[in-house]
Design a protein around this ligand. Structure first.
Ligand SMILES: [Fe+2]
Ligand SMILES: [Fe+2]
Length: 172
C-alpha cells in the first residue's frame, strides 16, 4: 500500500508525464505546419513515449492500492521561434523531468518505500537516454546549420532508437 506522501508525489508525476506528451504534440503540430515532417514525426513519436510514461504511473499507483488522479493540463505553447529553440525547450523540459523523478526517488528513500524506489529505476535510466538523445539532436542541428534544415528534417528519424520510431511501444 502506498503511503500518502508517495501517492501524492506519484500523482504529481502523472500530471508531468501527461503534460510532456501534450507539449511534444504541440511541438509536432507546429513542425507539421511549418514544412518539417521529419521533425514532426520525431516529436509525435516522443509524445507517444510520454503517454506510455503517463500510463505507467497511473497503473503503478492503482496497482499499489492508491488512487491515480487524472489532472487538468495547462495549455502548451502554440508557436515556437525556430527548430533550435524548440529542441532547446525539449532539453530544458527533459532536465526538469529528470529532477522531478529524482525528487520522487528521494521521497521513497525517506519513506522507506523500496517497491516504488524499484519501480522508479526504469525512469532513472530512461531520463539519461532522453537527455542524451535530445543533446544528440541539438549537436547535429548545430553541425548542419540553419541553412540545411531540409537535410536535418530528412535525416532526424535516423537518430531515434529503432523501437522509438514505431511509437515507443517496445519500451513499454
Ligand atoms: Fe517521460
Ligand atoms: Fe521524456
Amino acid at each position: 500500500m502506498l503511503n500518502k506522501k508517495v501517492e501524492d508525489i506519484c500523482n504529481r508525476q502523472v500530471e508531468r508525464e501527461g503534460y510532456s506528451s501534450n507539449l511534444y504534440l504541440a511541438m509536432a503540430s507546429w513542425a507539421e505546419n511549418n514544412g518539417l515532417p521529419g521533425i514532426a514525426d520525431w516529436l509525435y513519436a516522443q509524445a507517444e513515449e510520454e503517454r506510455i510514461h503517463f500510463l505507467k504511473f497511473i497503473r503503478y499507483i492503482n496497482e499499489r492500492g492508491g488512487t491515480a488522479v487524472l489532472p487538468a493540463f495547462k495549455k502548451p505553447p502554440v508557436g515556437f521561434k525556430n527548430t533550435e529553440e524548440l529542441f532547446k525547450e525539449v532539453l530544458k523540459h527533459e532536465e526538469y523531468i529528470t529532477a522531478s523523478i529524482n525528487e520522487i526517488v528521494h521521497v521513497t528513500l525517506q519513506e522507506k518505500d523500496y517497491n516504488t524506489h524499484n519501480f522508479l529505476q526504469w525512469f532513472v535510466t530512461e531520463q539519461v537516454e532522453e537527455e542524451a538523445s535530445v543533446r544528440t539532436v541539438l549537436d547535429k542541428l548545430k553541425l548542419v546549420g540553419p541553412a540545411n534544415l531540409y537535410i536535418f528534417d530528412r535525416d532526424i528519424l535516423s537518430l531515434r532508437k529503432p523501437s522509438a520510431t514505431a511509437g515507443g511501444t517496445a519500451q513499454a
